[in-house]
Design a protein around this ligand. Structure first.
Ligand code: PLP
Ligand code: ZN
Length: 430
């Protein structure tokens, strides 16, 4: 894949605030792509693997530009994830008003679990009801700046929604690839945006492999393949928001669901950046990972003390997390081990209980991934891995309305009665 010339996308102009008269571009403070393994650098453009060592590429920034960011400059920004735009590798060329989702103090759930202070960061409040709107906002904006006119992805469901919606809003064509057996609540909510939706007779890992091949011959921006370095940075905004909403400080513990592992690594990156830039007081925190037992390659590697993640064939109701060969798995392991956290996994039955527990105690209806996170929180507490007295944040990354089938058998009317007072009395519901 040949990197596109970027000269047309770069503009040198005076910062309109006059604050630092810096060179700005469509890519914010981003200056290059840097290999996470060998440190080789490349011009900003499409590409996700190092030509020297095949390591994954990550956005490199001009640290002097990042250093100009203050709490005040962020607070003066829009009430969307773009308030952190100066820390992102894109400018909002595609904007569905993503982010600034609710952070609920979850006292009822905390009491039930014997915890002291618990928060639920609820990203189901995003435009297409999952945290994937964040990654797509950055990837779509970067793709537009790079001159692409087709937005594409390999998706476990939520990404399909987010890409189709962002493309519709941006006037781009979308071509979205999904496994054929996704929940109806994720197929309908993608197709409605009118793009091309390709159901592939295979699992997510098959879809991802196919997309890597298609990306090699079509000039399309696959948000999680050839523009993945931009995409992944969007997840940082979830971490930034939690810190800002806590009053510019970090919690002691966070529980993050793992699919590819990118979100987990980027929440950690966000908090290290905020600490380094003096936006929060640097304090230790522990990052915990949550997986479904039916797709738990990272949890298994953690338990075995391995650095490599052995791919698995997924079988779980948590389809949004069903990545058997997670690209960022080893990096997620690094973060969890460095911070002193842990990774655990839960059964499909526990996932359903987790969804019910969060809904019953806090009035938040999570999708299966949220059920994984809540059930894993409970398991980590039972194992003594997570401290019930330490301030904890859990991330609900998606909306229960998209995975109704998971809870339909256990979420039924209490009774069905004839429309008479007598029938109501007889049913014993008062
Ligand atoms: C994609 C997804 C995740 C995990 O994302 P990764 O960055 O791939 O680990 C978590 N929750 C939901 C609901 C998702 O759709
Ligand atoms: Zn390299």
């Amino acid at each position: 894949m040949s990197p596109k010339g970027l000269a047309f996308a770069m503009t040198s102009l005076l910062d309109q605030t006059g604050r630092h008269g810096a060179t700005t571009s469509s890519f914010g403070a981003a200056i290059n792509l840097t290999c996470r393994e060998c440190g080789a650098t490349y011009d900003l453009g499409p590409g996700n693997a190092c030509e020297q060592c095949f390591g994954p590429l990550e956005i490199g920034y001009d640290e002097s530009l990042l250093a100009t960011v203050t709490r005040e400059s962020i607070e003066a920004g829009p009430r969307t994830m773009w308030r952190y735009g100066e820390l992102l590798p894109a400018t909002p060329l595609v904007d569905l008003q993503v982010g600034c989702t609710r952070l609920h103090r979850a006292d009822n759930l905390a009491r039930e679990l014997g915890m002291k202070t618990l928060w639920v960061k609820d990203d189901s409040g995003n435009p297409t009801h999952s945290f994937k709107d964040r990654v797509v906002a950055v990837a779509a904006s970067a793709a537009k700046a790079l001159g692409f006119s087709v937005l594409s992805c390999a998706s476990t469901g939520n990404l399909a929604n987010a890409v189709a919606a962002a493309a519709a809003r941006a006037g781009l064509r979308s071509v979205v690839f999904i496994p054929h057996d996704l929940e109806a609540g994720k197929v309908v909510t993608t197709a409605v945006y009118g793009g091309t939706l390709v159901a592939v007779d295979g699992n997510y890992d098959d879809v991802n492999r196919l997309c890597a091949e298609v990306a090699g011959e079509q000039p399309w921006a696959f948000v999680n393949v050839n523009v993945r370095p931009f995409y992944a940075e969007g997840s940082k905004t979830l971490g930034y928001e939690v810190a800002e909403q806590l009053g510019w400080r970090l919690p002691d513990q966070v529980v993050v669901p793992i699919a590819s592992g990118a979100l987990l690594t980027k929440v950690d990156k966000a908090w290290r950046e905020f600490s380094r830039l003096g936006l929060v007081e640097a304090a230790p925190y522990k990052v915990f990972g949550a997986q479904a037992t039916g797709c738990s390659p990272v949890s298994a590697a953690f338990a075995a003390g391995h650095d490599v993640v052995q791919p698995v064939r997924p079988s779980t109701i948590a389809k949004s997390l069903a990545i058997g060969n997670p690209a960022d798995g080893p990096y997620a392991l690094d973060v969890v081990r460095r911070t002193g956290g842990a990774i655990a996994d839960v059964s499909d039955a526990e996932i359903v209980e987790g969804i019910q527990l969060l809904a019953r105690t806090e009035g938040v209806f999570a999708e299966t991934a949220g059920g994984v996170t809540v059930a894993t929180l409970r398991k980590l507490l039972a194992d003594g891995a997570l401290d019930p007295a330490a301030e904890t944040v859990i991330l609900n990354t998606g909306d229960g309305l998209k995975t109704l089938d998971a809870v339909a058998p256990v979420a039924r009317p209490t009774a069905t009665i004839r429309p008479s007072l007598e029938a109501f009395r007889e049913a014993g519901l008062a």
